[in-house]
Design a protein around this ligand. Sequence first.
Ligand code: FES
Length: 121
Amino acid sequence: MPRSNKSWNICNTVATMRFQPLEKLINLRDGYSRQFKIDNLQLLLTQRQGEVHLLEANCPHRSHPLGTADIDGGVLRCPLHQYEFSLADGRLLHATEERCRGLRLYPVIYQGNELGLMLED
Ligand code: FES
């Protein structure tokens, strides 16, 4: 097998992660909704029908705040143009104008009596 004369630069960087607490478990209940700004992320933490969801706080269509979005049956409906997104995987389910990307969802991490998310350091 011929040997290549190319040299390769291999970067061995390892990202470290840190737990970012957002809320105490005791404060959660159905109907809970709160926005957070962490670094450059705008997040919305919400609980509906016993399920906790952590997602981007603005609609991927035209950035309308989702703090007052209608959430029911695993579907989030943006109040501005009624686009609908799946809370299971963020995909766009219904668009009334041009399509847009899906909603960014973040895994909820439970640690002790708090929940939050993992962020890169
Ligand atoms: S800004 Fe949310 S549907 Fe248009």
